[in-house]
Ligand binder design. Structure first.
Ligand code: S3P
Ligand code: PEP
Length: 483
């Protein structure tokens, strides 16, 4: 099996501070025929980082089984450790790395700096936690992170009684001056540019002295399933959270229970693999699909048929089979903006035009995704027009070329999807996929070139495509396939 880079429990692929990985260009594999692939994916970023935060704030040790090991979760672990939380790696059932056992600190410590990288979940979830620490906590991140909106986090914490020094900025860097306690109470915010402002406050709210009564008053609230995920994670830890009306939440002050949690595979990261079946033809199966989930990636089962795919499900296996062509779509994707890059890539290869709206907020993701998708598809001969809150895509015959990724893992996924159908697409900085799926290129090459559940040896992948990846150590998967 190809988990060799993660087979030693204390191995951290990016070092403790999870710096940016190197940025190799990558020749996107061209599909040679119809796919018949079975893919097993690592854990969900959104679930892993929520459960890490809640475990750090809990009343006893918790265990995360099969968590995601990626840049975003490594940054979260490093940040919580620097606040005094103990996080131990222990062997677990996951194919992609060890479990984590999280032991909360008696008292969270300040006097530290938190590197957010480019992780929205770190920059929006940890300032409320750091306000519960004793001493100053400085937040900073990648150059691109300094462009992401943070005003709502800063102003809401100030309204709840927290002292923040932002030197007049409404972005990173800033310093939270924790005093060990947060008054809490009522606050109204505008979360129209990211649901993470809501989730960040809700995750810590039970630990505020007066709890939290949170209201959103912006003109829209994107990514509602991610807020539902936060609510479900809190409820599972016996936090009393209620939503009396849309855009309003209240949390009683109290303990957050410890938990032993199985982390589901990342269903948003399933998007490019399932998209591949539409683009290349044939079928792709994802194993381990949960029967019930709060992940927005579950919506792919309804979204992909709109493009002409057939979706079948047998126990925990979801199979997507491409149709004779690809249909254009008209979609409001406001609930699932993080699925947009993969869906736009499919639309660029469709037989008729598409319009995807409700995603103005993804201009504030890892990069301005509307501009990035339009620029890169048009560079390859496409015709994509930016709308205020979405994209209009007129499919055109595309040609090869360099696909820029802007440090955005999902831009890399989109380039890989297009490269399946278009000769000589080279994805710049494929390593940016390490943000949420360090195994992306290995799994993708396995899907295209043969056995794909991580069981294929990198040595059977054509050299030009494999050259950017370290050789696996050894081992075999559960079916006995050689590594
Ligand atoms: O809370 C979360 O885990 C996330 C919320 C969403 O953010 P936005 O509401 O900013 O889109 C999503 O796009 C992001 O990938 C993860
Ligand atoms: C928007 C995303 O990430 P983040 O958690 O950094 O906001 C994403 O993964 O698509």
């Amino acid at each position: 099996m190809l988990i060799s880079r993660y087979s030693t429990p204390d191995f951290n692929p990016y070092g403790d501070a999870a710096p940016l990985p190197p940025n190799p260009d990558w020749s996107a594999p061209r599909a040679r025929g119809r796919l018949t692939a079975v893919v097993s994916l690592p854990g969900s970023k959104s679930l892993t980082n929520r459960e890490l935060v809640l475990s750090a704030l809990a009343d006893a040790p918790s265990r995360l089984r099969s968590p995601l090991h990626s840049r975003d979760t490594t940054l979260m672990v490093a940040a919580l450790r620097s606040l005094g939380v103990t996080i131990d790696e222990v062997a677990g059932p996951g194919r992609f790395g060890p479990d984590w056992v999280i032991t909360p600190a008696d008292e969270l410590l300040g006097s530290t700096t938190i590197d957010c990288g480019l992780a929205g979940t770190v920059m929006r979830f940890l300032p409320p936690v750091s306000a519960l620490a004793l001493g100053p906590v400085m937040f900073d991140g990648d150059e691109g992170a300094r462009k992401r909106p943070m005003a709502t986090t800063i102003s809401s914490l100030r309204a709840l009684g927290v002292d923040i020094d932002s030197d007049g900025r409404s972005t990173l860097p800033f310093t939270v001056h924790g005093t060990g306690r947060v008054r809490g109470g009522a606050v109204t915010i505008d979360a129209s540019s990211s649901s993470q402002f809501v989730s960040g406050l809700l995750l810590a709210g039970a630990r505020f002295t007066d709890g939290l009564r949170l209201a959103h008053n912006g003109d829209r609230l994107p990514s509602m399933p991610h807020i539902e995920m936060t609510i479900a994670a809190l409820a599972a830890r016996a936090v009393n959270i209620e939503s009396a009306a849309a855009g309003e939440w209240s949390i009683d002050p109290g303990a957050i229970s410890a938990r032993d949690v199985d982390i589901e595979p990342d269903l948003s990261n399933a998007a490019p693999f399932l998209a591949a079946a539409l683009v290349a033809g044939g079928s792709v199966t994802i194993v381990g699909w949960p029967s019930a989930t709060t992940q927005v990636g579950d919506d792919l089962l309804d979204l992909l048929p709109l493009f002409g795919a057939e979706v079948t499900r047998e126990a925990d296996r979801v199979t997507v089979t491409g149709g004779p062509g690809i249909l254009g779509v008209t979609l409001d994707l406001s609930t699932g903006g993080e699925l947009a890059p993969a869906l736009v890539a499919i639309a660029a290869l469709a037989d008729s035009p598409s319009t995807i709206t409700g995603i103005g907020h993804i201009r504030h993701h890892e990069t301005d995704r509307l501009a990035a998708l339009a620029t890169e598809i048009n560079r390859l001969g496409g015709s994509v027009t930016e709308l205020e809150d979405g994209l209009h895509i007129e499919p055109r015959p595309l040609h090869g070329g360099l696909w820029q990724t802007y440090h955005d893992h999902r831009m890399a996924h989109a380039g890989a999807i297009i490269g399946l159908a278009v000769d000589e697409v080279v994805v710049e900085n494929i390593a940016t996929t390490a943000k949420t799926l360090p195994e992306f290129a290995e799994l993708w090459q396995g899907m295209v070139y043969g056995a794909s559940d991580g069981s294929q040896s990198i040595s059977s992948i054509p050299v030009a495509a494999a050259s950017h990846f370290p050789a696996p150590v050894s081992g075999s998967d559960e079916s006995g396939a050689p590594a």
